[in-house]
Design a protein around this ligand. Structure first.
Ligand SMILES: [Mg+2]
Length: 286
């Protein structure tokens, strides 16, 4: 089924937690062989791939950034008048990208010395609370996704399919509460054994990225040691989580020209597209 065909199904999904089914599937996988599978460009001990979603598998990071900018610029304009200091790309990269929604709101507002009450997760998008502002962003995001659809990166589709066919265990680890729907819309669900998304993170009380908890939960569910798993991330908070969890290999995916920052925050290697790992047109300096 084509990507666009999935688009209209986005809103009909219940973003529920079918974690137990996923766990069962992962256990049925059994133990992966320890052979070196150079074809996807990872060290020989790696048997599991833990992919971030937005910006790594799908082009939705751009949509998130757009929705955040609209949300924060509206908020700041209302608060400070037309001389407000707009939300920038570097604000997005340093304070918001990769983090759970409420953490992103809180971290960015703290950087501007603005304190809001937390509110509750089901606050309406009009509420002047951390959760209210976050829900405003989510409402905008769903509108943008509905208008523009979800396109996976062709290089990432090739990569995840090859990894899957080669017998790697595969998890998607995303702070997004829309992880399930985005995977479906991008037609990637079939390659994913375990999904740890914003819904699972909240249900299980895990700390969001840059803490390593969500990646560690994925490795545990796949029954691999962190050292035998590779993390794929486009966010500074995400590569930081990969390093903090002592994962065997941290691949930084640079879509916006922040290769140096990705390395500084914990990437062992930086590529502009996952396909580059397969063709070997990268150097990790090790
Ligand atoms: Mg991302």
């Amino acid at each position: 089924m084509g990507v666009r065909a999935h688009r209209n199904r986005l809103h009909s999904h219940r973003f529920g937690n079918d974690h137990n089914t996923q766990l069962r599937n992962a256990h049925e996988l059994g133990v992966c062989g320890g052979t070196v599978r150079k074809v996807i460009g990872l060290p020989g001990n790696i048997s599991a791939c833990l992919f971030d979603l937005d910006g790594v598998l799908t082009g939705t990071a751009v949509l998130h950034k757009k929705a955040w900018k609209q949300t924060f610029d509206g908020f700041l304009a209302e608060r400070d008048g037309e001389d407000f200091e707009p939300f920038t790309d570097s604000d997005y990269q340093n304070y918001v990208d990769g983090r759970p929604r409420a953490d992103g709101v809180r971290t960015f507002l703290e950087s501007r010395r603005i304190a809001l009450p937390e509110g509750a997760p089901d606050d309406p998008p009009t509420a002047e609370t951390i959760n209210g502002v976050g829900n405003r962003k989510n409402e905008l995001l769903l509108k943008v996704i509905d208008q523009e659809g979800v396109d996976p990166y062709p290089g990432s589709v090739h990569y995840i399919k090859t990894a899957y066919d080669q017998g790697f265990k595969i998890a998607v680890v995303t702070s997004s509460a829309n992880g399930k729907a985005v995977l479906e819309a991008a037609d990637l669900t079939r390659y994913v054994h375990i999904r740890i998304d914003g819904v699972v993170i909240t249900d299980r009380g895990l700390r969001g990225k840059p803490a390593p908890d969500s990646f560690l939960a994925a490795a545990e569910a796949l029954a691999v040691r962190p050292n035998d798993a590779a993390v794929f991330e486009d966010a500074l908070s995400g590569v930081e989580a990969g390093r903090a969890g002592k994962f065997g290999y941290v691949v930084g995916v640079d879509r916006v020209g922040q290769a140096d920052a990705l390395r500084e925050h914990g990437a062992d290697i930086v590529v502009t597209d996952l396909e580059n790992l397969m063709t070997g047109s990268v150097s990790d300096g090790r």
